[in-house]
Design a protein. Structure first.
Length: 230
């Protein structure tokens, strides 16, 4: 299962219930759901990047009442994505911002995410036991979802030449290892629910670099010419 698609499905269902949906009054960036959708879509395409002072962008003045069950489902789906992430937790991570935007629809105070989903749910329960129970129930369901088998077409590997990209010094990137990303060579979350994990790396300098597209390099994520020998 692609859990990013699950997030999108749940958030869309919330939108469909809103009386302002598809009207001039619908302003996504001023809406908690619209903000969460935009953040999740960005994470799916570009990976879990960080936005400096991203917490300040969350539309905390949105007072609309949303379906708590769907909010819980959406948060649970985001937690499932977080479980697969190999990066150290950061509140300004794009997917974390999506979760926090949903939290403020029912919780008055900021919720600490300690890196453990269970402890996070415990922290939610301190403010809203019902929401915490609903998140846990939905999250447990997602844990039981079968993992998606990723099959790479080996006949195409030799045709994959390295991809020239622009990197920025000291910026963190996620290199796709599953071969399913629509944003290769960077991860877009397509591996979620599989046994693959993207490779996190920090650019040493600003400039162009050749990243491996065949996944056979011995110097990941950079191309070493291995595709020429396949």
């Amino acid at each position: 299962m692609n859990f990013y698609e699950k997030i999108e499905e749940n958030l869309n269902n919330i939108c469909f219930e809103c009386k302002f949906y598809n009207t001039p009054e619908c302003v996504p960036l001023k809406c908690n759901i619209g903000f969460a959708k935009n953040a999740a879509e960005t994470a799916k395409v570009k990976g879990n990047q960080h936005i400096e002072d991203g917490l300040k962008l969350i539309p905390k003045n949105d007072t609309k009442l949303y379906n708590k069950a769907l909010i819980a489902k959406s948060i649970a789906s985001i937690c499932r994505v977080c479980k697969e992430c190999s990066l150290e937790h950061n509140d300004n991570c794009i997917i974390s911002l999506a979760r926090k935007s949903l939290e403020v629809t029912y919780l008055q105070e900021d919720v600490i995410f300690p890196g453990s989903i269970l402890m996070y749910i415990v922290n939610v329960a301190k403010q809203d036991q019902g929401l915490a129970d609903a998140i846990k129930e939905e999250y447990d369901k997602l844990l039981k979802e079968p993992t998606e088998e990723v099959i790479m077409d080996k006949s195409l590997i030799a045709k994959k030449t390295p991809i020239l990209v622009d990197l920025k010094e000291n910026e963190t990137y996620l290199w796709c290892t599953c071969g399913k990303s629509s944003n290769v060579p960077f991860c877009n979350g397509a591996h979620i629910g599989t046994d693959f994990t993207p490779l996190s790396f920090v650019a040493k300098k600003t400039g162009k670099a050749k990243l491996c597209a065949c996944n056979h390099t011995k110097t990941p994520p950079y191309c070493d010419g291995s595709h020429l020998k396949l």
